[in-house]
Design a binder for this molecule. Structure first.
Ligand SMILES: Nc1nc2c(c(=O)[nH]1)N[C@H]1C(S)=C(S)[C@@H](COP(=O)(O)OP(=O)(O)OC[C@H]3O[C@@H](n4cnc5c(=O)[nH]c(N)nc54)[C@H](O)[C@@H]3O)O[C@H]1N2
Ligand SMILES: Nc1nc2c(c(=O)[nH]1)N[C@H]1C(S)=C(S)[C@@H](COP(=O)(O)OP(=O)(O)OC[C@H]3O[C@@H](n4cnc5c(=O)[nH]c(N)nc54)[C@H](O)[C@@H]3O)O[C@H]1N2
Ligand SMILES: [Mo]
Length: 767
């Protein structure tokens, strides 16, 4: 690599965290013009009387923590509590066509939405409309459809339990199960895969389990950016001498070393703590191979130990009492060659052996994973192999051990728990009947990809979005954007303006809502909502800031407004009563889901309560009544990736973004400043294509991935990443991901296993 790096690329040598994190927060506060108000807001995040941080779903130490510093939590909060406003005058000045040309960052950076808006096709502008008109219009449009199945109801995972529950009530009373959900693009592989393995689609550990872990394995997640409060846990574990074994194609700085801003010694002495004790740069999509390699070694070690009269290394008592299927797993591993395991994973035998040493030396192992595992064409299989790996040594369902999926949005898990699902089970339908006296349809509805397909095919004509930015989050903007422009009705319940709102339908409406930090006052007084974190803890969240505009309504109130305008008195649901006091919503949640018994009193106890996770005490709610070892045939995530000219693109979040919300253009820890139009490539992949660090390149979707999709004129950045793997930013790279490239079992788009080819940019060649 030459000393001259491309513009905006600069090696970053500091540990993650530390003073640079504090500086970044100061800068954010200043930019959002909330220096005074913002800093007190931050102090209320994740406090017993405060609001739940919208940044991530990592739990809090018994919810009694002192202020836990978190740079990206601070960004999420200040982004929402900004002093900036986007008012009707703004929309009078800018047509939708003009706004379409703005970058995503600039759209959201205008500030909080203040008025309900309706699109006027004649002027190409959004104009203020009053709430009653908006609701009436939406109700009329929904009632015009030939069938309720012609409407899609999207949920993004920031919605509270109360909002999500009312939403599913409204939609089921209306008559469909079309619930595309951000979870479909995120941890669906967990929700679909783990119930078959363990009988529950959630993590099995609690935060306290980390105190008893003897080793932590980490696959495909980047906590320094995406779950920053987890760094406190990893920092503590590392300082206790707990080995942390990482499998990730990129060397993420926070997984290498971290300076805790709470630690005065590290701050003053500019020192830091090593996080990963071993860092294995697995090839993108090579996790299945790596896991099979690890398990194959465990079986080999077991046989060797038995041969010399030992007891073996498997937890035979656990396997005999609690599991079925181990023989088939063993056979699959026996039939998998070492040559294939090593070439597909990109790891050496020594690396795999060293990881197995750590695994076998540890009594209790926790395994954490994120999108690097789930967002693949074989995401569900990946998740199930993680479960197998733990089960071999009984590392599920006892203190200090278990599976820890890092969830995405702060309440994505809760939304699922309270009924956002396109496949309602009998318990849900029975519960709804008990609580509301009608039996909803059992017919399977659409997930996120199916909803876009239905809209593209003209079968679905209306889309209501409870938050999020579906068009930009989804793969294949060619198809997705065009589909959304064909809608008859598009409704967005949102805090800030984004590109999905600009894909106008015949009738397009934006309904501005309160956020987590805002005070929510209803007829009975100030309200709290509830959320569920990654570890199944349910607790209250209460905003306290003066809302950005007097016109804003809460999400539950907006849903009730749409419901009344659409359903009238159907099923005699007392929408006004439910909104007047959210305790009444919680009473209904408790009737539908008995797990929430005494909901209102338990959620008022400091720290809230944990929902039942039977696998965490070794009760298996599977069809067999046992934990199942499940076999995933083969190693390749997708045979189409075999073509040697093909590179596997993975798509990542920068340090300055929250999903489609781009706070800024830096990605400090990866050494990228002021730009996002880059592709990380190994020196060998560059050389083989006659490319150099800083060259302009075009990225094309390769065989089997839609063909012909391109992103042009990006810049190649030489980077420490395995040969054959390249990385770029989400959402920019969604343009080369075909809509039909997804995990057939869970419907999760293969955002992290995209076959592409890369060559010098034709634009540059021509110039
Ligand atoms: N600040 C901030 N916080 C967030 C979010 C945000 O955007 N910003 N998003 C929220 C949401 S919705 C989610 S789902 C989570 C996402 O949290 P993460 O799961 O951490 O998200 P990603 O950035 O998508 O990528 C995860 C990691 O996977 C690695 N990786 C990529 N491909 C592979 C692979 O094939 N194998 C392996 N082993 N690793 C791979 C990448 O190098 C990266 O380090 O964070 C949540 N929290
Ligand atoms: N290529 C690629 N694509 C991906 C991913 C990837 O890793 N790679 N990750 C996927 C994942 S894991 C996810 S979860 C999805 C994310 O998909 P979404 O959840 O749909 O997207 P977000 O960017 O989180 O949504 C941002 C918008 O939410 C609105 N908003 C913010 N706060 C609130 C609130 O409190 N209430 C309401 N009503 N609205 C609010 C704002 O208007 C903001 O513009 O993207 C997926 N897409
Ligand atoms: Mo997510």
């Amino acid at each position: 690599m030459s000393d001259e790096r491309p513009e905006g690329v600069e090696a970053y040598s500091h540990p993650a965290g530390g003073w640079d994190a504090l500086k970044a927060v100061a800068k954010t506060l200043k930019h959002q013009q909330i220096v005074a108000q913002g800093s007190t807001t931050l102090l209320k995040a994740n406090q017993p009387e405060g609001f739940d941080c919208p940044g991530c779903a990592w739990p809090d130490p018994k919810h009694t923590s002192s202020f836990e510093f978190c740079e990206n939590g601070a960004k999420a909060i200040t982004w929402e509590s900004t002093a900036r406003r986007v008012e009707p005058e703004f929309f009078a000045e800018h047509t939708v066509s003009e706004l379409w040309e703005w970058i995503d960052h600039k759209l959201e950076d205008q500030g909080r939405l203040t008025h309900p808006l309706k699109y006027n096709g004649a002027t190409d502008k959004y104009e203020a409309i009053d709430w009653d008109h908006a609701f009436a219009l939406i109700g009329a449009e929904l009632n015009k459809l030939a069938s309720p199945h012609e409407a899609e109801f999207y949920t993004s995972g920031r919605a509270s339990n109360e909002a999500a529950f009312l939403y599913q009530l409204f939609v089921r009373a209306y008559g469909t199960n079309n619930f595309p959900d951000c979870s479909n693009m995120c941890h669906e592989a967990t929700s679909v895969g783990l119930p078959l393995s363990l009988g529950v689609g959630k993590g099995t550990v609690t935060l306290e389990d980390f105190d008893d872990a003897d080793a932590i394995f980490s696959f495909g997640h980047n906590p320094g950016t995406n779950h920053p409060r987890m760094m406190t846990t990893l920092h503590e574990a590392s300082r206790r001498g707990v080995p942390i074994i990482v499998f990730n194609p990129l060397k993420e700085r926070a997984l290498e070393r971290f300076a805790a801003p709470q630690n005065p010694v590290e701050m003053v002495t500019l020192s830091s703590t090593r996080i990963a004790s071993a860092y294995h740069q697995v090839r993108t999509g090579g996790d299945l191979a790596a896991l099979k390699g690890l398990m194959k070694l465990i079986f080999e070690r077991d046989e060797a130990d038995l041969a010399v009269g030992g007891e073996g290394v498997l937890d035979r008592a656990f396997i005999a009492e609690h599991t079925i299927g181990i023989d088939a797993l063993k056979e699959d591993l026996a039939n998998t060659s070492w040559a294939d395991i090593l070439s597909v994973s990109g790891l050496t035998m020594e690396a795999l052996n060293s990881a197995v040493d750590v695994y076998l030396n540890a009594r209790n192992v926790i395994l954490c994973y994120g999108m690097g595992i789930t967002q693949h064409a074989n995401g569900t299989a990946n998740v199930q192999q993680l479960a197998n790996f733990l089960m071999l040594r009984g590392n599920i369902g006892r203190p200090g051990a278990g599976l820890c999926p890092l969830r995405g949005h702060s309440n994505v898990q809760g939304d699922r728990t309270v009924g956002i699902t396109e496949i309602p089970n009998k318990a849900l339908l029975d519960g709804m009947e008990r609580a509301f006296g009608f039996r909803p349809s059992a017919e399977k509805g659409h997930n996120a990809i199916e909803s876009i397909e239905a809209i593209a095919a003209g079968k679905s004509k209306a889309l209501i979005c409870l938050g999020g930015n579906l068009a930009v989050a989804m793969s294949d903007p060619d198809v997705t954007f065009a589909a959304m422009r064909k809608l008859d009705l598009a409704v967005h319940i949102a805090t800030k303006l984004n590109r999905s709102h600009l894909l106008t339908a015949k009738t397009s409406i934006i309904l501005p809502c309160l956020g987590r930090t805002d005070l929510d006052t209803q007829a009975s007084g100030p309200q709290a909502v509830t959320v569920e974190d990654s570890m199944s803890m349910v607790h209250a969240s209460r905003g306290f800031l003066k809302p950005p505009s007097e016109l804003l309504k809460s999400e539950p109130a907006i849903i009730a407004g749409i419901a009344m305008a659409t359903l009238g008195t159907k099923y005699d649901i007392d929408w006004d009563g439910l909104i007047a006091n959210y305790d009444r919503i919680r009473e209904k949640i408790e009737v539908v889901f008995p797990d929430f018994h005494e909901f209102n009193s338990r959620v008022r106890v400091r720290g809230g309560f944990r929902l039942d996770v039977p696998a965490s005490y070794r009760v298996w709610k599977t069809a067999s009544g046992k934990a199942n070892f499940l076999v995933a045939p083969g190693l390749d995530e997708d045979p189409r990736l075999k073509d040697p000219t093909t590179l596997v693109l993975t798509t990542l979040r920068s340090h300055d973004q929250y999903n489609t919300t781009v706070y800024g253009l830096d990605d400090r820890y990866r050494g990228i400043f002021g730009r996002r139009d880059v592709i990380f490539m190994s020196s060998r992949d560059l050389a083989e294509r006659g490319l150099r660090d800083g060259d302009r390149i075009d990225i094309r979707s390769a065989a089997g991935n839609g063909g012909g999709k391109t992103v042009i004129g990006f810049t190649a950045v030489e980077y420490n990443i395995p040969v054959g793997s390249v990385a770029g930013y989400y959402p920019e790279m969604n343009a080369v991901i075909a809509l039909d490239h997804y995990d057939r079992k869970s419907g999760t788009p293969s955002y992290k296993g995209v076959p592409v080819t890369i060559a010098k940019s034709e634009a540059q060649a021509a110039a």
